[in-house]
Design a binder for this molecule. Structure first.
Ligand SMILES: [Fe+2]
Length: 293
């Protein structure tokens, strides 16, 4: 089935519109893949999706689904499937970020499903990391090109058992080695983690520098969890400029029930506006594309 589309912002994002009461599973696969590669994220709207069609549709386009081991938020498992997760369990704003950019193993793509939108607010926000880089001032381009970020975390026993889904520190050790995370095990069985990576990454085609990181929510929500590699501070002035760029180039998704959002996590940063409606229910899948990418 041919795909009807509409631009979601000036440069990135396309909305797939249902004109003939079609089933999402009948949409032309190649066209979806080409749109995704060009536009970075796609919103599928008005297709009467359930969790089951969401699962089938995402299974048809993705592989290597992750269960969020190593992720910092609490997420609920949906329908007993460990690769379908709720978004986090609080209502505050989350600044723009690449998913799990505080470790080596990132999901290359993300899927969101709106089971229940908030009655107001709670929009998901998105921006193009290539455009983010282009909009940075020359000094910040130079600074982030020269200096990598250092993420640090301290987890007590209870916290690392939850985050790494194991009681066995040897398993944590293996995960950390795989993820280039520096692990220190303390006498009280708490752990300290450290991860160094750049904020600017080349695009998958190698042509475009892309600003994508977990820096903004880390600075916004937690104290002393991210620095430059040389331990120098990422100052409030730097964070202000980044937030100002983010505000300028952000696209908002005001959720409708049944919406599906497909996101390139190597190019697009996402976040969300605060909300108060406790019925807001958005699901997430973390995976890789099941097509050349
Ligand atoms: Fe996220």
């Amino acid at each position: 089935m041919k795909v009807n589309t509409q631009l979601l912002s000036k440069n990135v994002g396309q909305q797939i519109i249902n004109t003939d009461n079609i089933n999402i599973l009948d949409l032309d696969r190649e066209e979806i893949i080409n749109l995704f590669k060009s536009y970075g994220f796609l919103l599928f709207r008005g297709l009467e999706n359930s969790v089951d069609t969401f699962t089938q549709f995402t299974n048809s386009l993705s592989k290597d689904f992750l269960d969020y081991t190593g992720g910092v938020f609490n997420r609920r498992v949906i329908n007993g499937n460990a690769t379908i997760l709720s978004v986090n369990d609080f209502k505050d704003e989350i600044k723009l970020h690449g998913e799990m950019y505080y470790q080596q193993d990132i999901p290359l793509m993300l899927w969101f499903f709106c089971a229940h939108p908030a009655s107001q607010d709670g929009e998901t926000i998105l921006c193009d990391g290539r455009q983010f880089f282009n909009e940075l001032s020359s000094p910040l381009k130079e600074l982030f090109s020269k200096k990598k970020l250092k993420y640090v975390g301290h987890l007590n026993k209870d916290a690392w058992q939850k985050q790494y889904k194991t009681n066995d520190l040897k398993v944590v050790e293996q995960t950390c080695i795989r993820n280039n995370l520096l692990l220190q095990i303390n006498d009280d069985e708490s752990i300290d983690l450290q991860y160094i990576c750049p904020a600017i990454h080349p695009s998958r085609c190698g042509k475009y520098p892309t600003f994508i990181s977990s820096l903004l929510p880390a600075k916004h929500r937690y104290k002393n969890t991210v620095f430059f590699e040389d331990n120098s501070e990422i100052t409030d002035d730097i964070v202000s400029e980044l937030n100002e760029v983010a505000d300028r180039i952000t696209t908002e998704i005001s959720w409708q029930a049944g919406d599906i959002l497909m996101v390139d996590n190597t190019r697009i940063m996402h976040g969300r506006r605060a909300f108060s409606d406790h019925q807001r229910d958005i699901y997430l899948r973390l995976c890789s594309p099941a097509f050349p990418f």
